[in-house]
Design a binder for this molecule. Structure first.
Ligand SMILES: [Zn+2]
Length: 456
């Protein structure tokens, strides 16, 4: 009997040894770097390694000088990695000054990052989703968070999108047209292509702008404009290759610049780069900046190319206003999956505030704002629906800030995709959104935030 048990134990040991060596073999087996994407920004810099198998890695910091060392196991250096080094070593990254790599020991590739300042590095792995295979994500956050807010006060800074190497061309970044705020309040509208555009517009834009010049905002207001998607998350794709993230940033910059040209209005952007910002962080930024309003800018997509028109949404926590609205909110909320969020970090503050505060006052103001913006959009383009719609968009969940989400047009409709990339049309959409906000304040001077502050 004892001999039988001994034999059994020996067999178990052998099985265990085989399993362990198989595990370490698979961990060390050749993996490859399909693509490396690099998103430097003032918020944080992100490097994404995409591979057919999960990457086994370790990371540690060194001082004097400040460095971050990343060991990637079982992957070979390739031209994409050299390309990444070249981009970083060119000097455009706010947080990383240099990057080099070498084989450290057999099958271990060591990356050494030299850092400009104190940083908070985080790393996490993502399962395949959408067009992406396995991803290892390195996020280099500033150790001192004040820089980011200071930067966001300047909405005219240029974006700095730097594609490194990507086998999938749909993830390549398009050029983003930067704009300058006009201190004199007039819109900079180029006249090129105006005849074609005039045909598309129900009301000539000059009339629209002139009509709303009399609306004054009498007390200081902070408005946060949120360009949807960004970085790893391209949002919806048009048939012509337009990415939602680029259109939303271009329109949002125009909205912010026009708002900043109005007395008493201070507009801030949740992102001013081609960078992914998680949905909850967009809401957190608005709350940190004491926003009076939050406007998220998107471009809609549907399976059939004929869907068209603008829509404006407010939050509904109890069912969507239509099946299409529910479908849209679900796809917009998937931004975090595609963009890549470190799920280990949960935002306890936001969850607590949601429980503490009644959202009723905010919801009424959100609907009022949405109606005003939809009215103004109806002056320049067709609406997808006549009324304001509701659905459970994660980005609209600030409990104390009236929040709306504008689907400017359908990027999946070839005609509307063309318009969305037209800088004049972007400008007219921005003017309509700004007019809607002005009308909202003209008819509703006390915001929900002020009302909540007055509560005992
Ligand atoms: Zn979107």
């Amino acid at each position: 009997m004892r001999k039988q048990i001994n034999n059994m134990l020996k067999l178990l040991n052998i099985i265990l040894a085989v399993l362990l060596s198989w595990q370490s073999y698979t961990a060390m087996a050749d993996n490859s770097l399909n693509a490396i994407r690099y998103w430097p920004s003032i918020d944080y810099s992100r490097i994404t390694f995409e591979s057919p198998q999960p990457i086994d890695y370790s990371m540690f910091s060194l001082d004097h000088p400040k460095r971050l060392v990343i060991d990637l196991k079982g992957v070979q250096a390739n031209s994409a990695l050299q390309n990444l080094c070249d981009k970083i070593n060119a000097g455009g990254d706010p947080w990383i000054s240099k990057l080099r790599f070498a084989t450290n020991r057999p099958k271990v590739l060591r990356l050494v990052m030299e850092l400009r300042d104190d940083v908070k590095p985080t790393s996490f792995s993502l399962q395949p989703v959408g067009d992406y295979a396995y991803r290892l994500v390195m996020d280099i956050y500033p150790g001192n968070a004040t820089t980011s807010t200071a930067f966001h006060n300047n909405v005219t800074a240029e974006a700095n999108p730097i594609p490194v190497s990507d086998t999938n061309s749909s993830h390549q970044i398009e050029n983003i047209v930067p704009i300058q705020a006009n201190p004199h309040g007039a819109d900079n509208v180029s006249t090129t292509d105006e005849p074609t555009l005039a045909k598309l517009l129900k009301t000539p834009p000059e009339d629209l702008n002139r009509r709303h010049q009399h609306i004054l905002i009498t007390h200081p207001i902070t408005i946060v404009i949120d360009p949807g998607h960004g970085g790893e998350d391209p949002g919806a794709h048009g048939q012509g290759g337009t990415l939602e993230k680029n259109v939303t940033l271009a329109i949002a910059r125009r909205v912010a610049a026009k708002l900043n040209a109005i007395n008493n209005v201070h507009a801030l952007l949740t992102r001013n780069d081609d960078v992914f910002i998680p949905l909850a962080e967009r809401v957190n930024k608005a709350r940190r900046w004491d926003a009076d309003l939050f406007v998220s800018i998107h471009a809609d997509a549907y399976i059939t190319p004929d869907a068209h028109g603008s829509s404006v949404f407010t939050l509904s926590e109890h069912g969507a206003s239509s099946a299409a609205a529910r479908w849209l909110a679900k796809s917009e909320n998937e931004a975090d999956l595609v963009g890549g969020v470190n799920v280990g970090v949960k935002d306890r503050d936001l969850a607590k505030t949601l429980l503490d505060l009644s959202q009723t006052a905010t919801n009424n103001d959100s609907r009022h704002l949405a109606h005003n913006v939809l009215d103004q959009l109806s002056e320049i383009c067709q609406l997808h629906h006549d009324g304001v719609e509701q659905a459970g968009f994660a980005v609209l969940k600030a409990p104390d800030i009236p929040s709306i989400l504008v689907e400017t047009a359908f990027i999946s409709n070839p005609e509307e995709e063309k318009r969305l990339t037209d800088v004049n049309y972007q400008d007219h959409l921005a003017s309509a959104i700004v007019s809607g906000i002005q009308h909202y304040f003209a008819s509703n001077p006390a915001t929900a935030r002020a009302k909540l502050a007055k509560q005992p």
